[in-house]
Design a protein around this ligand. Structure first.
Ligand SMILES: [Zn+2]
Length: 379
């Protein structure tokens, strides 16, 4: 039997009514005067007799689709993709032992892709508990994917991603994506060079996040992260025949950094530059997510490595964060049609267009404090 997740009950207080969008001057604007124009956004007012709210209606439609879906659709497809990534590892280690450059390059590519699938798609789904219906297994997968495979702290990952980013999407000071900003770096370095250090920075940030936790938790995390890093190193030396520790470590860095440039890009493209909200005047959930989240188009490489919920179904993912990648893809037509019908935003932009925007407006988007948007419901 399918239990009803906590999130289904969210958003029951979503407001109806006509909405106005106003953009207020950013926090650097000392006068605090209104900047930008008022824009009429969604006109659904007047339905006094209609008791249910927009979020509840949409949730019901999505819930129905989930109930009608098989286990294969709900979890099987994504679990199979992750399993396939693990199955790619033995041939990858063996290919790397070849003295032929073509086979070696194939092994490197295979390991880089498998690593991205496991550490981006896998850790993300595991942090949401989307890989299993059992809580105990959910915890196991979170530690396995986030700590052993992803070299990060599972607790810090869940805290940062679920409790801050998802719960407070685009709310200034809480889920405003400012964690991704490194204002002292020039744009070219930030966008194309610094991401290559992600595999080194990740375990160091994990260590810093352990401060204040129990000794048992600290020891477990350090052991799990070490286990993940050391097992890849050991296999490179003993199976792939790497001759020196330096060459094995350099290879690990190359393979782990293979997708870190698009990883950083995707993380900033889908939220920064969109409306940001004040913690004291935050909009209802459906407005928060439709205004503050953007979808990128489908992309065969990123669909597989990062997963639909991070690429072309990010809006769906923020509205229904417990759905697997495949279920996000399945409900996408219903969600996009519903939001369009209700005259709510359904934001989409191409990867290159976002890259162009971030490159040309780097100061405004990644250095200065973002402006606050207020969505004012007129009942
Ligand atoms: Zn997420």
């Amino acid at each position: 039997m399918q239990s009803v997740p906590e999130e289904w009950r969210e958003g029951r207080d979503e407001g109806m009514g006509e909405m106005l969008v106003k953009r207020r001057g950013d926090s650097e604007c000392s006068s605090g005067e209104m900047k930008g124009e008022w824009k009429k956004n969604a006109g659904t007012g007047g339905e006094e007799l209609e008791k249910e709210t927009l979020m509840m209606e949409l949730t019901r439609m999505v819930q129905r689709m989930v109930k009608e879906s098989s286990w294969w659709e709900r979890r099987g497809i994504d679990c199979s993709i992750l399993a396939a990534a693990f199955l790619c590892l033995p041939p990858a280690f063996l290919l790397l032992s070849s003295s032929q450059i073509v086979w070696f390059a194939a092994g490197m590519l295979l390991m880089g892709v498998a690593h991205a699938v496991i550490t981006v798609k896998g850790t993300h789904l595991a942090s949401h508990g989307a890989l299993s219906e059992s809580q105990a297994w959910g915890k196991f997968w979170a530690i396995f994917f986030i700590e052993i495979c992803g070299s990060f702290s599972a607790r810090a990952g869940v805290q940062g991603h679920i409790k801050m980013h998802h719960a407070h999407t685009n709310v200034i000071g809480l889920g405003d994506s400012s964690v991704w900003k490194v204002p002292f770096l020039p744009r070219t370095v930030y966008l194309f060079v610094a991401p290559l250090a992600v595999p080194v920075i990740t375990p160091l940030v994990a260590l810093a996040q352990l401060k204040g936790h129990s000794l048992a938790h600290i020891i477990r995390t350090i052991l799990m992260v070490t286990l993940g890093l050391y097992s890849q190193y050991w296999l490179l030396i003993h199976v792939s025949g790497f001759k020196s520790p330096h060459s094995a470590l350099l290879f690990m860095l190359i393979c782990r950094a293979m997708f870190s440039v698009p990883y950083i890009h995707v993380n900033i493209f889908q939220h920064i530059g969109l409306p940001m909200f004040s913690p004291t005047r935050r909009p209802k959930r459906i407005y928060q997510m439709t205004h503050g989240v953007l979808n990128l188009p489908r992309n065969p490489v990123l669909d597989w490595t990062f997963g639909h919920s991070l690429i072309n179904c990010h809006v769906e993912h923020h509205l229904f964060p417990f759905l697997s990648d495949n279920m996000c893809l399945k409900v996408k037509p219903v969600v996009s049609k519903y939001l369009t019908e209700k005259q709510l935003p359904y934001q989409e932009d191409s990867y290159l267009s976002r890259l162009n925007l971030f490159f040309n407006k780097y100061q405004e988007l990644m250095v200065f404090a973002p402006p606050i948007t207020e969505l004012v419901g007129v009942q």
